[in-house]
Design a protein around this ligand. Structure first.
Ligand SMILES: Nc1ncnc2c1ncn2[C@@H]1O[C@H](COP(=O)(O)OP(=O)(O)OP(=O)(O)O)[C@@H](O)[C@H]1O
Ligand SMILES: [Mg+2]
Length: 285
């Protein structure tokens, strides 16, 4: 909380007064920041989990301490690291059901500087069990806040709906990344998501900002995909990442091999795209 306040104060002070201090500002900001990024889109299969894994692995390879948090009871992120969502214990379920636990209680080391807070299949029932608790939307915020200084980046994967788990992710985060699959009608789901974000900003988490919209699974040979990207640029303007994630079989095969893309095929177009995204995210503020 204190760091967040300090960060905002520094940004406001320098932004108002000295534009050429941009670089200095970035250095100060990088030194004191701890960033919590939620990856959300209630549409299924748009690349949320793939983005959390590979943006996280790329940020770790740039020297950052990264925690990936699985808030999806399907446990795809968890399974991609070879952990069994039916057996894993403790998990994010414990963070929802206990008020004073921190991320550190459940975190597992996956790679150098890359950690995972796994999900187990009981997460869905946990969601129902906390439904009537007054602090039900702030469970994850507390758990992450208590461990925030141990990581440079915390990336949260959410399920394909706007239920309580996604809301917990949005309340816990400072920044929202929205992956959008570059296909016909792809942007249709973004509006309801943004409406929920505005409500959450108004009522619970005024600090939440849109980090960016990420075009995913882009097919270079499709005229339609190019049209969708152009449309997205028109709608989201400077909130659209420069990086476009290409469609690439390596992205679908790597999780089955229990590997991140940097491990599996570091020179594949999709692995390189996630590395560019990590650089963009590192430089954004
Ligand atoms: N760039 C890509 N190229 C090819 N396949 C991809 C790419 N990104 C993701 N995939 C594959 O597409 C499928 C959906 O991706 P992913 O699981 O990341 O989406 P999701 O939004 O997390 O889905 P859900 O909403 O079900 O959680 C997966 O099989 C994944 O391996
Ligand atoms: Mg997923």
């Amino acid at each position: 909380m204190v760091l967040k306040g300090l960060r905002l104060l520094i940004i406001r002070y320098f932004k108002k007064r000295v534009k050429s201090f941009d670089l200095l500002l970035r250095l100060i900001y990088t030194a004191i920041m701890r960033r919590v990024i939620v990856v959300a889109n209630q549409k299924g299969g748009v690349g949320k989990t793939t983005t959390v894994i590979n943006l996280g692995a790329s940020l770790a390879s740039l020297g950052n301490r990264v925690a990936l948090v699985d808030l999806d009871s399907q446990g795809a992120l968890t399974a991609s690291f070879g952990l069994d969502p039916y057996k894993i214990n403790p998990s994010t379920t414990h963070l929802l059901l206990n008020n004073n636990l921190s991320l550190a209680h459940i975190i597992k080391r996956a790679r150098t500087r890359l950690h995972i807070a796994p999900a187990n299949s009981e997460l869905l029932s946990a969601e129902y069990r906390i439904l009537k608790q007054p602090n039900r939307t702030e469970k994850m915020r507390g758990a992450i806040e208590r461990s925030k200084n141990e990581f440079d980046f915390v990336l949260i994967d959410t399920p394909p709906n706007l239920g309580l788990l996604t809301v917990n992710g949005l309340v816990a985060a400072d920044e929202l990344l929205i992956p959008v699959k570059t296909e016909y009608l792809a942007m249709r789901g973004v509006r309801p998501l943004l409406e929920s974000v505005w409500l959450i900003r108004e009522r619970i988490n005024p600090g939440l900002k849109l980090l960016g919209v990420l075009p995913t699974m882009f097919n270079n040979n499709s005229v339609n995909a190019s049209t969708v990207v152009k449309e997205m640029k028109k709608v989201f303007k400077n909130k659209m990442f420069h990086t476009v994630i290409p469609i690439d079989e390596a992205a679908a095969v790597a999780p089955a091999a229990r590997q991140t893309l940097i491990d599996y095929k570091p020179n594949s177009p999709v692995a390189r795209a996630y590395m560019r995204l990590a650089e963009e995210v590192s430089n954004a503020y």
